[in-house]
Design a binder for this molecule. Structure first.
Ligand SMILES: *Cc1c(COP(=O)(O)O)cnc(C)c1O
Length: 356
């Protein structure tokens, strides 16, 4: 794994009681108690869990159409972002590239690791607030980026990156950097996943999560998809038992075909609501721009974002204030809710524009 930090190349990580391939009937090797906790009715939490629960890993591999060896399960994709930065970036040397305004964890993890942060701003075009791929490649090449985070669909901008652009970036950075495509919202998009590129491009990695489309944010189950040697290297850097059994069981239940079908129906409903809400918002006075979105949220510019934020709050609706983010001094991000939730958003904002 040539891109891994050189000082971690021979690092074996923690060897847990669960990692040795031993067989027996009486397990007395992990200092677990011999009886379940009375509150643990199913009795599934007495023992330390499998480090990578194999049934869950297999189900996620099937869902994302990759091999189980290409799957790392962790505590949300947030954990995978942190692991990537720690395993690939030497403090003060290897840079992380991100494309603001974008999800904040790439910068937070870079900061914690002491890795230089390179920022290549999104550009505001007719088509939306989009990644400037030529500038990403140029900056990454010039400045020794080791990790390039591409968010598609991008949070909060809503824009997507064509797979051809991911390929172009990966090819330009072959041998230098890992290109990480964060697909936290890909289920709401009609574009194919960058996971389809893994077979051909070993410096592409993909982040997926059950937190958004699968409605399991509290279960904290996120996945990194990457070449098997990348996954193996990150496993050695990960906490010994990162996936709690109750979470793994809930996630596995959510991946059964009947449940998945319901999840897909909900996603379709959200996409429908998204176009309806986008259209209705764009027609309101005081709304400057509604960006096209491939996620389950809309980025909206207002003549007076403060007043819009307050009108929504007064109606009991909490949205994400984006005004501190670069280029977004007049913008709010509104998650797509139920039809009733979205009506409430529109009612609050139209009462305001009627009063103005
Ligand atoms: C929500 C979000 C995540 C975090 O997902 P978890 O799996 O819950 O940690 C990752 N990336 C982006 C872009 C997000 O918006």
């Amino acid at each position: 794994m040539a891109l891994l930090r050189p000082d971690l190349q021979a690092f074996a990580g923690y060897s847990s009681a669960r990692s040795a391939a031993l067989n027996g009937e009486v397990w007395l090797n992990a200092n677990e108690l011999a009886w379940a906790n009375p509150a643990d009715a199913a009795g599934t939490s007495r023992r330390y869990p499998e480090p990578q629960p194999s049934a869950l890993r297999a189900a996620l591999a099937a869902l994302y159409r990759v091999a189980p060896e290409q799957v790392l399960v962790g505590r949300g994709s947030d954990e995978a972002i942190d692991l990537l930065v720690r395993a690939f970036c030497r403090p003060g040397i290897d840079a992380v590239l991100a494309t603001p305004p974008v999800f904040g964890m790439y910068a937070v993890c870079a900061r914690l690791q002491g890795a230089p942060l390179l920022e290549v701003p999104l550009i505001d075009t007719e088509a939306g607030l989009v990644a400037d791929i030529d500038a990403v490649i140029g900056t990454a090449c010039e400045s020794a980026a080791r990790l390039v985070f591409l968010c598609s669909p991008s949070n909060p901008a809503g824009s997507e990156i064509a797979l051809a652009d991911v390929v172009r970036t990966a090819q330009a950075l072959q041998g230098q950097a890992l290109v990480v495509v964060d697909e936290a919202y890909i289920e709401f998009s009609s574009q194919a996943s960058a996971a389809t590129l893994l077979a051909e491009h070993d410096n592409v990695a993909v982040l997926r999560t059950l937190s958004k489309a699968h409605a399991l944010a509290a279960a904290r189950v996120g996945t990194l998809l990457a070449a098997a040697p990348v996954i193996a290297a990150l496993r050695r850097c990960q906490a010994p038992y990162p996936v709690p059994t109750p979470c793994a069981e809930l996630a596995l239940a959510a991946l059964q075909p009947g449940v998945l079908a319901q999840t897909r129906a909900r996603v379709a409903e959200v996409c429908q609501q998204r176009s309806a809400l986008a259209q209705a918002l764009a027609a309101l006075t005081g709304v400057r721009r509604v960006y096209p979105s491939a996620g389950n949220y809309l980025l909206v510019r207002f003549d007076d974002a403060q007043a819009a934020f307050e009108a929504l709050l007064a109606a009991g609706v909490v949205v994400r204030d984006q005004r501190a983010a670069p280029q977004l001094h007049d913008a709010l991000r509104i998650s797509i809710g139920s039809a009733d939730d979205n009506q409430r958003v529109l009612a609050a904002l139209s009462a305001r524009s009627a009063a103005a």
